[in-house]
Write a protein that binds this ligand. Sequence first.
Ligand code: ZN
Length: 235
Amino acid sequence: MRLPIVCPQCMKDDVGSAHPFTTMEWQDEGRYEIACPKGHTAVTILQEQKFELLFDIGAYALIDGYYREAVSSFTSSLERFYEFFITAAFLEKGIDAALFSKTWKLISNQSERQLGAFILVYLAELHKTPMLLSQKSIEFRNAVVHKGTIPSRERAIEYGQEILDQVRPAFRQAKERCPKGVRAAIFQHMMQSRRTPGEVSGTMTTPTIISLSRDDKSYNERTLDDALKELRRWT
Ligand SMILES: [Zn+2]
């Protein structure tokens, strides 16, 4: 998984002529140390959240024929989305970010606890029950992830589409209901990517299939199948 890199200083100097000069492997921390051919050095932070990146990793795995890995990444994307939703809801209420992180650690190793928290926070925020994975898909996921079942491409796409159909509306509702919290959660993620204060020169973004930064309806309503056809591979 690689990301096209544009030098932030070259962008500042002349945005029209700046273009990707290299690609880098996706980093877990979202932090990229850049040295461009003109001698500029910079640290930039990728704005995309874990759930956005993990969903794309699943999509690339589908294209490459690794269907088990696709199911696993889609599952992780959904779990990290739960975390993002809960974080945004609490930060919207003005809960201190450090206190939230410390408290989250009490449930961060147990996905069932996180799912329970998501269901109740969703109910509290939106006054309705969230859409969750169907029993059929839970059994499918468990068979793939825990029992070594080899899924077909078709079933893996169906599973990814089900997750897309859950995350997109919940995410849109989070943006409407908790706009401050969503911005604070993104900011918190970017702060965590810094190693020392003041080292970061800028941020960058990449067009993931689930995207916080894209507002256009047609982009956000594409099926997974259609999104796969448009997925660009950087080498
Ligand atoms: Zn440069």
